[in-house]
Each structure stands twice: as C-alpha cells, then as structure tokens.
Design a protein around this ligand. Sequence first.
Ligand code: OOB
Length: 555
Amino acid sequence: MGNGGLLEGCVPFPPEFAERYRSKGYWKGKTLGEWLDEWTARYGERTAIVSGAKRLSYAELGRRVERVARSLAALGLRRHDRVLMQLNNVPEFLYVTLALFKIGALPVMALPAHRETEIRHFLAFSEAVASCIPRRFRNFDYLHMMRSIAPDAPSLRHILVTGEDAPSGTVSIEAMANGAADEVLGVLDNLRPASSDVALFMVSGGTTGLPKLIPRTHDDYAYNVEISADVSGLGPESVFLVALPISHNFPFATPGALGTLSRGGTVVLALSPSAEVCIPLIERERVTHTSTVPAVTIQWLSSPLRERHDLSSLEVVQVGGSRLNAEVARRVKPLLGATVQQVFGMAEGLNNFTRLDDPEDVLFNTQGRPLSPDDEVRVVGDDGKPVAPGERGELLTRGPYTVRGYYKAPEQNRAAFTPDGFYRTGDVVRLTPSGNFSVDGRVKDLINRGGEKISAEEVENAVLRHPAVQNVAVVAMPDAVLGEAVCAYVIVEPERALTLESLRAFLERAGIARFKLPERMETVDRLPLTSVGKVSKKDLRADIAARLRAEGKVA
Ligand code: OOB
C-alpha cells in the first residue's frame, strides 16, 4: 500500500464491489510499477523491446525506467501530477509511462495525430505539469506546437522530448534513461502510489464536444492486462508487433505491449501500421502476435509484399476498434497464415474477445464475449429494459475493469452511466446463440473512422466557427476501407461560398487533428428534422449512403 486517497474528480468503485473484486483475486493489490519490477526480475536477460536497431533486455528496461522515475521525481513530479503523453511508438513512450506508474504520476494518453486544439484542451483540463513529445514525427514539428501552446498552459512546467540532445527549455528522455540526469535516491519510497489509486487517463472517443478523460486504476488496469494476455495465448516465446499508435488501449494493454511484457515476450515497436513497414518487420523479428484495426488488416491482405516475405511465424492477428467484415475475417488465415481474433473493447473498460479455439462461425461473424466472469452485461431497449435474448439493444456494462465515471464530468456521467453504475456503451449489439456479441450499430453520435473515434459534435462546433457556415450536421458515410468517414452537411450563409477544400484548410489552421476533417461536404438549404425538432442524422446518413451508391463509390 502507499498513501491512500483517490484522486479528486474520479468516481471510486463502491466498497462492496472493490471488496468482491479483491476477494475473487482479480485485483491483486499491486501497482503497475510493482508488476514491472516482477517482470524484469523474472525475465532478466530476455529481450523486452525491439525498436529499429535497438534491442533492450528486461533488466535494461527495468534500469532505464527506474532512472527515468528518479529523474522525474528530481524534476519535482509527484503522485497525482498529470503528464500529457503524445509520443509515437518509440521506447521512450514505455520508459516514461512505466516510470510514471512507479511514482504515481498520471499519464494522459493523447495521440500523435492530435493537434493544437486537442492538446490545449488536454493540458488545460488535466492541468498537466509536463508533456512528452517527439521532436518531429511524420513531418510535424511537435516542439514548435508545444512551445506555442506553453505560454497559455500555466500548469505546464516541463517539456520532455525524444532524442539525445535537448533544445533549450526541454529535457531529453533518453538522457534521463541513460542516467545523465540528476538522481534522487530514496525519494521514490515517499511517492509510491496505492494499487487502488488511478494509474493513467485514457482518452474517450466521446460523443460530447471535447474528448473526456477515463481514469483507470492500477488494480483494474493490471487485471485488464492479465486477462487479455491469457486469452491471446501470449507466453515467453511470443513476439508482439505494436503496429497501431501505442497510446490506444488496444495496442498498449489489451493485451498489447503490457500484456506481452507480463508474459516475458518481446515487444516490437513499428513506426507505422502500413504494410510497407509491418510486413518486412514481421519477417525480420519472427512476429507471432499483433493487433490491428480492420482498415489495416485489409491493407495487409491486399499488399503485394505479403507474397515476398516469410510470414510463417505469425500465429494470431487481433482485429478490433471497429466492425470487421466477415469476408475479410475469413481471408486472414489463408493469406496471412494466422488465426483471426476479434476484439470488441473500449478504453472505458469491458473487453470482448473471440477465443482462439472458437469455431469459424464465431471467429468470423461475432465480436466475441466478455473476458471476466464478473463482467456484467445487459442489452436494453429504448425503455432501458432488457430486450429478449437475441434481440438488438444497447449494451450496458459494469465490472472489475470498467470505469464508474469520467474525470471531473459529473454532468456527463449522469448520462453515460446508469444510477447503479453500468456504463452505457452506446453500442447496439445482439447476443448470438453461441453467447458472443454481434456489434450491429450504435446509438452514440460519433463517427468510427477506421477505429479512430470522432465526436460529431466536436467537429460541428469547429465547422460552425467558419464565417460562411450558417449551420452544419456531421455524420458518418460508408467507406470501403475505413468502414466510415466524415461527411458534413452545411447550410452556407447567403451570398457566401464554401468548398470542401477551403473548409478543411480552415479546420486544419484551427489546429484540429487531420483524421477528424470532413472528407465530403454536401451543401443544403435546410437540415431534415425529427418529430421532436432535432436534426435527423438518420436521414442524413441514409442520404449520403444513397448518393455514394448512385455514384458507384460503395456497394
Ligand atoms: C477500442 O476502444 P475505443 O475506446 O477507441 O472505442 C470503443 C468503441 C466501442 O464502444 C465500439 O463502438 C467500437 O469502439 N468498437 C468496435 C469494436 N471494437 C471497438 N465496434 C465493432 N467491432 C469491434 N470489434 O476501440 C478498443 C479498445 C480495446 C481493445 C480493442 C478496441
């Protein structure tokens, strides 16, 4: 134990639930930092991380994390301090995140794709004291962005960067990891968090204006890691390719990097999920497991590189984040030589997996079933009452690794959680006779673009700031590879003109992540309304789907 007390603004598990999860052995009473110490002691000289030409043993990883933890403590970071993480798939992501777990400071898992608007929001809302960024990645200068934001973020005291040398006003993570920074011996003992405390903040795909923060505790997140590692068949001989951006829950901890480290396997970091990067890497490192979104799976399946490389090591390809088409699922074994495992998870908690020995019908046509015997799931109709078995309804859930509330969001929590603590997933599911879920739709107002969640309201608010826009509604349109893409229906101000290009340029200048920008714009005189006078997104979705079909762009 450490100094108790949950971070203010977080909703605790009710004591009787916490007690049950502990007594059943789900929550083991260890922090993620303590878990890391166990793994590094147990797997010592085995290879923990591969990144480019760099290979690190567990022992070396443990030493680096320890030095970074001490350096962060020396910088003044303390338990409960928030740290914005915006690193791409580099070892520094793991050094810092694991070091923060040790000192009880809290990573906020932003994405490299986020831009000024999102980052300003995260810094202000979390009151982060430090931010962690690459110097440059994919032709974007993160240091420049951070320096222009910093004066408006009064809480921000440190900018931690990748690379050996640190430009003025920044700290090099690599230097900390190499022991070049000051060490504060003994200080860590005063900082140890409790296992019941918050360990990190995930970012919600969210349906409201701006992304919400999801507090996950050491106990619940460690359990998430453990049960997802079990169901994925990970062991000391496993080699896991982290292809998706590592700050997502799926590649980070479900089971992803942490699940692999918990089993003594090797984590291979890829700088991009593209076939060009990943397929040669699978051959070179003899990768056994990886996690992908359907859009990535499709790209790998159709890549000519597949035939030019030896992929025989590959055992399991996990696919999640958005609905996988059964025909695509069917092609994974013949074309990649691996078992497909569908993963229907969420940063808020609940994970559903198909099991590796499930019959093909389940593997191809369902999104799996919950991992924990104590995951409680309900499928309810519009009236909030359970539907008949096999009928469609919204999935509600509560359990040993599902949050009870978003951070500092009492109002949104009243809408997103039932009074008895079930999280309303917003997903429309059907329980199939095999006991697995089929994800058939959603009631939440977001666009799932290749697994990346985009709040319609957030994009609408940004579009409304354009002077030529009188009103707008943003909806999902079908996309053959991404599943969905962003379409904006705009009412243009009289006497003004607006093109998709100028709207996108406007949004990009406003500092909004590129993946959220509309890919199509329809100008209309009015927006269709429902009987209660709200914009009918259902009609708009049907309209854009019909147009795309008429244009021969989708089947
Ligand atoms: C994962 O997490 P998030 O938080 O980015 O998104 C969660 C939402 C779900 O509520 C659902 O709407 C959708 O993403 N989703 C799926 C799906 N997996 C997620 N929809 C259909 N089929 C699937 N297989 O996306 C996430 C977190 C952990 C593991 C895997 C995915």
